[in-house]
Structures are given as C-alpha cells and as structure tokens.
Design a protein around this ligand. Structure first.
Ligand SMILES: Cc1cc2nc3c(=O)[nH]c(=O)nc-3n(C[C@H](O)[C@H](O)[C@H](O)COP(=O)(O)OP(=O)(O)OC[C@H]3O[C@@H](n4cnc5c(N)ncnc54)[C@H](O)[C@@H]3O)c2cc1C
Length: 328
C-alpha cells in the first residue's frame, strides 16, 4: 500500500524562485512541498542588491523570511537534497537524500545553477566578496576601486566597459582571451582601460579580501576586486533523469521553457536560474510566481476535466442509480 501523501506540487530548490512559487501555490490552497538543500548561489555575497524594498538584505536572511512566509500559508519544507526524480502513475516520485520520498502531481525545478569559475588557484576563497561577475550585484560596492577584469572572451570586453563606468582604475588582464579585434582595442583605449597582455597565475589576499593578482611572469597587479566571467551551468540532473535534454544558453546551459516556465516534459516546469542563467533575484522570484500560476491553471484544467467526466458518467447511469442530480 502506498503511504506517501501526494502533493499537488513538489518544488525542487528553495531559493528566490522556488520559495516565490511555493508562496503563490500555497496561497491558492495547493498542497506544496519545497525540497531545498539550502545553498543559494549568492550565499557568499554580503547583500542582495537591486531588490526593491529589501535592498542589500543578506541573501540567507531573505530566504529565511521567504521560508517563513511559505510555511505561514501551509507549504511543507524539507531541508534536504532531491537525488532522483521519476514519473509514476499520476505524477512524480522524488527520492531525497534524507531517505524520504515525496510524491507530487507536478514538479517545479528551481535548483539554480553552478558558477564554473576560471581555474586559478585560490579563486573560490574570494568568490562573491572580491571575485565578482556582475556589475549590478556588486558594482556599487567596488566603485572607484582598483578593479581587474580577467580576460576570457568577448564578454570580458563588455565587462571591462561596464566596470569602467564605476571606476577609473580598471585593468583588463588578457589571460585566455583571444584577440578581440582592432575595434575592441580601440574602445578600451578610448575609455582609459589599461590592458596587460599576460596570463594570471594565482590570487593573493587574506580572509576573502583580495590584494593582488599574480601573473605568470611574476608581476603583481594590486587589486581590490577581480571580475571574472563564469560559465553558468544549470543543475539539470533531475530534468535529465526524467528524459530531458539541457539546452545551450549564451552564458552556459539551462532547462528550456516557454514564457510561463513549462518544459518539454509534461508536468515539469522550471524557474529561476535553472531556466534562465541570467536571472537576478527579483527576476528569479518573478519567474517562480509565473510558473506557479501556470501550474495552478494546469491542475485546475485537469481537475475540472475530471469533474466533467465524473458528472457525465453519473448522468449516463440508469435512472435510480444516480447518487444525486446536479442543478442544470
Ligand atoms: C556572488 C553572487 C552575488 C549575487 N548578487 C546578486 C545581487 O546582489 N542581486 C541579485 O538580484 N542577484 C544576485 N545574484 C544572482 C542570484 O544569486 C540569483 O539570481 C538567484 O540566486 C537565483 O535564484 P534561484 O532560486 O534560481 O537559485 P538559488 O538561489 O541558487 O537557489 C537554488 C536552491 O536550490 C537548492 N538545490 C540545488 N540542488 C538541489 C537539489 N538537488 N535538491 C534540493 N535543493 C537543491 C540550492 O541549495 C539552493 O538553495 C548573485 C549571484 C552570485 C553568484
């Protein structure tokens, strides 16, 4: 006998996207369970920025508040990792790292992405504090400071130009960047970005505070921040287990969806960085709400169809066997 209760929706991942979806679903009286490993991508950062009315809130504080809000409306939270997902009759089973299983009629994948950083020794120690990727997330905090940009590809030119708006002291270290062409060199020169044609070897600093980038030729560039361009690799294991194929994205990989988060797998939605690697917190949260509304509508359509079928079956029975006549 199956003793696993069936939820309407299992939300896998409880960051901004997953929790926003959970609030919207729970407020629609949907039974929702959120499975969350508790490691949001921006955890190393001191604050989440560009977030109206919560500007600069510490990322973990934001999500703690979000969990309280979701629970207040009746969402169930499981602080563990989803290991495997498979389709079963009428929905999905998700195996959890704590040994449990959750069963749900619909799945929302909101497990975020992995930032694949350049392979430079020590870079992880500074990630999110002095090693940065996004001018909107951290630019204000490093304005006017000594900023290095680690060359990797054409995006590095764009990053250097963006950060030059925030500081006069920007140095592009060419590192692995192919020749971007004469026009790009002209742009850098025109706005006063210094270019160092060398490869980086390691970072020097203490307690998450960068002091210098050490180059392969032994030269050191004193820096307060280093800008890098990670590859954004969406966590797609669960989607792949269900038969999905990850899509390429200009910044990495993702789970492809339509405008409301529906994937190509029936019953499976995706939101936040899983579906859009470029989504910032507010966008991830918004996509969670949009997906939640679409899932709610999908469940509503299924339930309404079932009610219509049940009513037709009841009215097709011979007279005297009907449980009760519905008003016409
Ligand atoms: C250093 C840094 C700083 C940033 N600063 C800002 C900023 O200032 N402002 C801004 O708007 N954006 C910022 N961002 C972007 C921001 O992190 C993302 O927009 C946001 O985290 C996306 O939310 P999400 O819910 O899609 O994913 P996440 O926040 O990453 O949440 C995904 C959740 O799913 C969980 N999870 C993963 N796999 C599983 C699994 N198998 N089972 C269960 N749970 C799982 C994770 O542990 C995590 O809790 C920053 C990003 C970085 C890297």
């Amino acid at each position: 006998m199956n003793t696993t209760p069936t939820h309407d929706v299992a939300v896998l991942g409880g960051g901004a996207a997953g929790l926003s979806a959970a609030v919207a679903l729970a407020r629609s009286l949907r039974s929702v369970v959120v499975v969350d490993a508790g490691e949001p991508r921006n955890a190393p950062a001191g604050g989440a920025h560009n977030l109206l009315a919560r500007e600069g809130v510490p990322p973990l504080e934001l999500l703690a508040t979000g969990r309280e809000e979701a629970q207040r409306y009746g969402a169930h939270l499981r602080r563990t990792r989803a290991l495997a997902a498979r389709r079963v009759d009428g929905g999905f089973d998700v195996e959890l790292a704590d040994g449990g299983t959750v069963r749900a009629r619909r799945l929302l994948l909101a497990t975020g992405l992995v930032d694949e950083l350049p392979e430079i020794p020590g870079i992880r120690r500074f990630w999110g504090t002095s090693v940065l990727h996004c001018p909107y997330c951290h630019g204000w905090e490093v304005r006017g400071q000594r900023i290095g940009v680690l060359g990797a590809g054409p995006a590095s030119i764009h990053q250097a130009l963006l950060f030059r708006r925030l500081s006069e002291h920007v140095t592009l270290v060419r590192h692995s960047m192919p020749d971007p062409g004469e026009a790009a060199w002209e742009q850098l020169a025109a706005v006063g970005i210094r270019v160092v044609d060398a490869a980086a070897e390691r970072l020097r600093g203490t307690d998450g505070v960068l002091q210098a980038l050490v180059l392969e030729d032994g030269q050191e560039i004193p820096l307060d921040a280093l800008v890098v361009a990670p590859r954004f690799t969406a966590r797609t294991e669960l989607y792949e287990q269900l038969g999905g194929t990850p899509a390429e994205h200009p910044l990495g990989t993702c789970v492809a969806t339509d405008a409301v988060g529906r994937t190509d797998l029936p019953g499976v939605w995706a939101a936040g960085n899983t579906a859009d690697p470029a989504a910032m917190v507010s966008v991830a949260a918004g996509s969670g709400v949009v997906a939640a509304a679409a899932i709610n509508a999908d469940l509503l359509a299924e339930d309404t169809d079932a009610a219509v079928r049940a009513r037709s079956a009841a009215s097709a029975r011979p007279r005297g066997t009907r449980a009760g006549a519905a008003p016409r």
